[in-house]
Design a protein around this ligand. Structure first.
Ligand code: AMP
Ligand code: MG
Length: 414
């Protein structure tokens, strides 16, 4: 019996442990996931301040303009006012400087004329609150700023920085990776001996893990030999929070991963109702979550997307584990196996009508690596469908959002 993909994903997520909490510096926080909600400990901004360079006034002084006022102070950002504003006076003030007592409006410098030494002519009427950023206007003390489970980006961390809050996050997982196969040689190999291929899976998995903020323990290429694989596993379970292998999980005579793990760990070798990526080993070795991905690079790619990525995010405590899907149109149709969820590697673009269009980014057979590089999305053909006609509707699981094409085209549209 093939396992439905959704059931497999749920089983994996249920089995993932949550990593410990750590407090991190702002610079290290990007890519980590908040383990606790963040509440503001103070108002932001902390004090009423000027939103423009100009003159702090009493608004009732400037309802009729032009009107002249005495300039009594000069307040730079980072400085405190030395005197309050009283009727008939104004204080010169810079953006970000504290609003002096008595003042309830800032007149922008563009709306005044200098009327002599320490004299200013206000040309445009002002109203209470004009150009003042009130204390707490951005965040109020006690406000919930972020929920637990948020994956921090630079923007979030800048908000934390503005509040002086070093966040509590979950530790980054250490993920051991290895490629199995007697046919594999390092990617740096210039000339291949007959029958050998370069190991491309490790580069892919490593890169994807780095994008998730995981730390990689790279155990290299492991030959199809039980002893060598056993030693690599020892190293992995000693240091890693999760283990990912590629190759050796199908029906072949030398499938060392499958053979070794019959006697060690609690790894199940399954067939998932999906294409590519049908064979999958999942379970634990000495308590460490284990993913035995197939050897085909395209299968590795899709299995990583569907199983490993959500699992790693779950360990990190993320509340959003799956890439979003958008409705789209598959310009070139496909025929698929109706018993499986089929993931078509597609390049995407949005037409003038606003509709997402996709076409196959290359050959869809599971050894065509180049099609991965051009794929922005996986078009998902569900179990039971069996086909998508040219121009038919599909769900697009977006892996990246295409950038604007080139400078001329992008700027021409603006
Ligand atoms: P396997 O699952 O070990 O039978 O491998 C399936 C196919 O994927 C074979 O054609 C392998 O040569 C190929 N393959 C396995 N591992 C890798 C790898 N690390 N990089 C590129 N191709 C691989
Ligand atoms: Mg193999």
């Amino acid at each position: 019996m093939m396992r439905p993909i959704g059931q497999m994903q749920a089983e994996i997520l249920d089995a993932m442990p949550l990593l410990d909490e750590v407090r991190v510096d702002f610079g290290d926080a990007i890519g980590s996931v908040l383990s606790r909600p963040v509440d503001a400990r103070e108002n932001l901004p902390g004090f009423d301040n000027a939103a423009v360079d100009g003159f702090a006034v009493i608004s009732s002084d400037v309802t009729q303009t032009p009107v002249e006022l005495d300039v009594i102070d000069d307040i730079a950002a980072g400085c405190l006012p030395s005197v309050p504003v009283i009727p008939g006076t104004a204080s010169r003030i810079m953006t970000g400087a504290p609003v002096p007592a008595g003042s309830d409006a800032i007149v922008p410098v563009e709306d005044v004329e200098i009327a002599g030494e320490n004299r200013v002519r206000i040309l445009v009427p002002g109203r209470p609150g004009d150009n003042i950023r009130p204390a707490g206007g951005s965040v109020r003390e006690g406000d919930r700023v972020f929920d637990a489970g948020l994956r921090l980006e630079a923007t979030h961390v800048s908000v934390l920085a503005s509040m002086g809050i070093r966040p509590l996050v979950r530790r980054r997982p250490v993920v051991a990776i290895m490629s199995t196969g007697d046919e594999l040689v390092p990617p740096s190999t210039a000339v291949l001996d007959p029958g050998l291929i370069r190991d491309s899976n490790r580069t892919l998995v490593k890169g994807r893990l780095a994008e998730l903020g995981a730390e990689v323990l790279d155990l290299g290429i492991v030959p199809d030999d039980a002893g060598a694989f056993g030693s690599a596993l020892d190293e992995a379970v000693a240091h890693a929070d999760a283990i990912i292998t590629s190759g050796g999980v199908s029906m072949g005579a030398y499938d060392v991963v499958k053979m070794t793990l019959r006697e060690r760990g609690t790894v199940e070798f399954l067939r998932v109702a999906m294409q590519p990526g049908k064979p999958l080993g999942f379970g634990a070795v000495d308590g460490v979550p284990f993913f035995g991905l197939p050897g085909n690079p395209v299968s590795v790619f899709v299995s990583f997307e569907q199983f490993v990525r959500p699992a790693i995010l779950a360990m990190m405590g993320a509340d959003r584990l799956f890439r979003d899907r958008v409705p789209g149109v598959l310009d070139d149709g496909v025929t698929t196996n109706p018993e499986k969820t089929v993931f078509i590697r597609v390049a995407t673009g949005r037409n003038a009508d606003g509709v997402w269009h996709a076409h196959q980014s290359g050959g869809q057979s599971s050894n065509v690596l180049s099609a991965l590089a051009f794929a922005d999305a996986l078009a998902v053909v569900p179990v039971g469908a069996g086909r998508v006609d040219p121009g038919g509707a599909v769900e697009l699981e977006m892996m990246r959002w295409p950038e604007a094409k080139n400078r001329e085209e992008a700027l021409g549209a603006r």
